[in-house]
Design a protein around this ligand. Structure first.
Ligand code: URA
Length: 276
């Protein structure tokens, strides 16, 4: 059982979602120690505020561990708006899903194309109220052409389900559509080549809320750095409410941060009118 599995189960045990608050009693059911998975190199983690791991094929053992939680940790910075860059989607990008998908699947705009098995366009409801944005495909995503299907994806599924949603009613995409070799972070130029696709996806979906998974997504969508500083409070992208939170891969390596991630997701639920 994972934290978010356990959370969902505890909410169910405590009656309807409407009757449950994240009381200490409920929280206590999630608290126990776990061994963190190995970290990305310190330099790379520092550069992107400890986002994704060097290898997204994280062990099942790490997935199944409980978090170690000490105290409630909201973001003391509060709801300080961060200006959005208001990017222009290049006119050459198609404004319909079929053509846009085809363009991504055939894209040769940057060197990442040469390394991919499949471009990963994104998936979910094209009219989703909630959109999740990650960093880029890992090995499993590259192999299948689907976003977030590896270990981090399984945790994301649990996070979505703890929010009383399922994968088919949200939209899941990445900053870059092709896997960076060795799961390294996408470079500035690679992301610059690809970001228009994401902007167009956002424009087509018009979600009410975007959740940025990790500092790389935060960096490339909002041009701000510091997931620890910016998570847990409302940001803005072209008048869409944005919540940044920890990347699921980071949560697998640092289970104690799941509590903060859950805090962030509860803000998103409240914004969408979903009872906890
Ligand atoms: N990590 C990401 O950022 N995106 C994926 O699709 C999978 C893992």
């Amino acid at each position: 059982m994972d934290f978010f599995d356990d959370l969902t189960a505890a909410i169910a045990r405590n009656g309807t979602r409407h009757s449950v608050r994240c009381s200490d009693k409920v929280w206590q059911q999630f608290l126990s120690a776990s061994a963190p998975a190995p970290a990305r190199t310190p330099a790379a983690a520092a550069a992107h505020n400890e986002q994704a791991p060097p290898d997204r094929n994280i062990s099942q053992a790490a997935m199944e561990s409980f978090p170690a939680v000490s105290a409630f940790a909201g973001n003391p910075a509060g709801d300080v708006p961060v200006p959005s860059p208001a990017p222009a989607v290049p006119a050459a990008l198609p404004a319909d899903w079929t053509a846009l998908r085809q363009m991504v699947l055939n894209c040769q705009s940057c060197p990442l194309a040469a390394h991919r098995t499949n471009a990963v366009f994104g998936e979910g409801a094209e009219n989703a109220r909630l959109m999740f944005i990650g960093e880029g495909p890992g090995a499993d995503e590259d192999a299948t052409g689907r976003p977030f299907v590896g270990a981090a994806g399984q945790l994301l599924d649990k996070m979505i389900s703890a929010m009383h949603l399922n994968r088919s009613e949200v939209y899941i995409a990445n900053v870059v559509k092709c896997r960076p070799p060795g799961n390294r972070m996408p470079g500035e130029e690679e992301a610059a080549c690809c970001i228009g696709y994401l902007h167009r996806q956002i424009e087509l979906i018009k979600p009410e809320v975007i959740v940025l998974l990790g500092g790389t997504a935060l960096h490339f969508l909002l041009k701000v750095d510091g997931i620890t500083r910016h998570r847990g409070r409302w940001l803005d992208f072209n008048n869409i409410a944005v919540m940044a939170t920890f990347h699921p891969a980071y949560l697998l390596r640092n289970p104690s941060a799941k509590r903060e991630a859950w805090h962030d997701l509860k803000l998103v639920m409240a914004k969408l009118g979903i009872s906890i």
